[in-house]
Design a protein around this ligand. Structure first.
Ligand SMILES: CC(=O)SCCNC(=O)CCNC(=O)[C@H](O)C(C)(C)COP(=O)(O)OP(=O)(O)OC[C@H]1O[C@@H](n2cnc3c(N)ncnc32)[C@H](O)[C@@H]1OP(=O)(O)O
Ligand SMILES: CC(C)C(=O)C(=O)O
Length: 515
């Protein structure tokens, strides 16, 4: 039962549980970019996806396994041979690999969802872990809905899977039902009662349905003795989300006096990672979000400002620069050269695939600098994101648009875009300029998709800021987010709409290859 390590393992599941947020689905290339950034952040484990879920997920895990060198790469799988074999195949190129298999143990899930008896679940869990061990000696088992499971049954299952070779036991609070003290105590009891409990690392995986994901995780660590926390960037995840990585890391670092634990994460990469994930998924970070929200280090009231000016620690328990906030400084302008641009990309942790990609991004940077006097880090990140996106051989590609509006007539738009390699010109009118461009595009595409969300964010400050638009579309039960950025928010809207259509297209095409 003794906990002999003061190292807290950070298991990032942004690419798996995070992707389960409706609309957060990512392409293979987007997942690779996030995985690279997670490696820079120095997380210990990257759960790259669920290999058996789709060919796309399989390919993403396979590609990430070949690229990531420092972190362990993990795939989730149900507790059956087919999923486990698929996970093992996807993870083949990985230097360090983990198979994470799960099976629900709560009476409700076993009876109503799995339609299995507890004895069947017991046997299936053992068989799954035994099978997974044939592919790797790093096997994680999660009793899904663990926090609503019967203690005696949990003890029986967990003891058995550890005997079969499970090296990590992840006590899942799948529906965010737990409260900190009870959850911590449950974990502690499990570890006390299971005779071979010290043969495995204990882990927590807490959802945020009642806003207690981080509190429950930390109770699992401090009361229960867990030494792995499963978490996601910006707390992204199924329903109300997951435990936020940035909050765990900074709580443990800031209150080292209480936690006395070591974390390998490079905290200065937290904000760049948060921005990248937000930009790729189209999930904006709320301004008052801990650590990574725009207001997390802003002081608005006089007494606070006075205090901070006299002594920063009167109102700041962390330093903005320690989590990667940099002053919103002007980085480059239209007179900057290729070398300065490349160096800035490096400083921002951006890796371009090839020299040709860097050249293309540099040309777009110059075009932007001609139209906008001050170029910020955020502009460069948006520009590169757009550039990498358009290199993915998408089915639809934006080319150009013209649009006219006046207070006296309905706006009209003409959009040029390519569809399956063929250039199309289409016209439309609407109840506003964005409606006009969507109607124009739909006159050719006829996607039948429903627009669930349209939002515009200014990337930086000032009226000449680039606008970043998110469009969320739904079709046949699938929800996707498209993101586009431009100085002209109508152009950004067209790019976002086309990006969402591409995501729908690739998902639907995978489901129905004849389409
Ligand atoms: C708590 C979590 O976050 S778990 C992870 C959730 N993530 C996902 O579901 C990823 C996306 N999922 C998918 O792509 C699909 O659901 C797939 C590919 C995994 C399965 O698709 P399908 O074969 O069509 O099954 P479907 O999703 O309809 O139903 C799930 C089946 O898996 C079974 N199942 C659920 N969990 C498990 C498990 N851990 N081990 C074994 N079987 C399981 C269910 O009982 C059901 O079986 P049934 O078809 O005999 O009734
Ligand atoms: C697969 C498990 C760990 C999970 O995501 C959950 O229970 O929420």
């Amino acid at each position: 039962m003794a906990v002999d390590s003061n190292k807290l393992i950070i298991f990032d599941t942004t690419l798996r549980d995070g992707e389960q947020s409706p609309g957060a689905s990512m392409t293979r290339d987007e997942k690779i970019r996030i995985a690279r950034q997670l490696e820079r952040l120095k997380v210990d484990i990257i759960e790259a996806g669920f290999a058996a879920a789709s060919q796309g997920d399989f390919e993403s895990i396979h590609a990430i396994s070949g690229i990531i060198k420092d972190a362990t790469v993990c795939s989730l799988s149900r507790a059956n041979d087919k999923d486990i074999a698929r996970a093992a195949e996807a993870l083949k190129p990985a230097a360090r690999k983990r198979i994470h298999t799960f099976l629900a143990t709560s009476p409700l899930h076993m009876e109503k969802k799995l339609r299995m008896t507890p004895d069947q679940v017991f046997e299936q869990a053992k068989i799954a872990v035994r099978y997974a061990r044939q592919f790797t000696d790093d096997v994680e088992f999660s009793p899904e809905d663990g926090s609503r499971s019967d203690m005696d049954f949990l003890c029986r299952v967990i003891e058995a899977v550890i005997k079969e070779g499970a090296t990590t036991i992840n006590f899942a609070d799948t529906v965010g039902y737990a409260v900190p003290e009870l959850y911590g105590n449950m974990l502690r009891t499990l570890r006390e009662r299971i005779p071979n409990s010290d043969k495995a690392v204990w882990s927590v995986h807490c959802h945020n349905d009642l806003g207690m994901g981080v509190a429950n995780s930390l109770a699992g660590v401090m009361i229960g003795g867990a030494r792995q926390v499963e978490c996601t960037i910006n707390g992204l995840g199924e329903r109300a989300g997951n435990t936020a990585l940035e909050e765990i890391v900074m709580a443990v670092r800031t209150r080292k006096d209480y936690f006395n634990l070591e974390i390998g994460v490079d905290a200065t990469q937290i904000v760049p990672t948060s921005k990248l994930v937000s930009q790729i998924t189209g999930f904006a970070v709320q301004p008052n979000k801990s650590v990574v929200g725009a207001n997390a280090f802003a002081h608005a009231s006089g007494i606070h400002q006075d205090g901070v000016l006299k002594a920063r620690d009167t109102y700041e328990i962390m330093r903005a620069e320690d989590v990667g906030w940099s002053a919103n400084k002007i980085v480059l302008g239209k007179l900057s050269g290729r070398n300065a641009f490349k160096q800035r990309l490096e400083e921002l942790g951006i890796t371009m695939e090839s020299a040709a990609d860097t050249d293309a991004a540099f040309i777009r940077f110059k075009e932007l600098a001609d139209r906008k006097s001050e170029i910020f880090d955020e502009d460069i990140m948006a520009l590169v994101s757009d550039e990498q996106h358009s290199h993915e051989h998408e089915y639809y590609n934006f080319v150009s648009l013209t649009q006219q509006s006046s207070s006296a007539s309905k706006p009209v738009a003409s959009v040029v875009f390519s569809m399956g390699g063929k250039e199309e010109i289409c016209k439309g009118e609407g109840n506003g300029p964005v409606d006009a461009i969507v109607n124009a595009i739909e006159s050719k595409v006829a996607s039948g998709a429903e627009l669930l969300l349209f939002s515009v964010n200014a990337i930086t400050t000032g009226t000449e800021s680039q606008g970043e638009v998110t469009m969320r579309l739904s079709k046949a039960g699938r929800i996707v987010n498209g993101v586009g950025a431009d100085l002209d928010i109508v152009v950004a809207s067209a790019k976002a709409y086309i990006s969402a259509l591409n995501k729908l297209h690739s998902k639907i095409e995978k489901l129905n290859p004849q389409l």
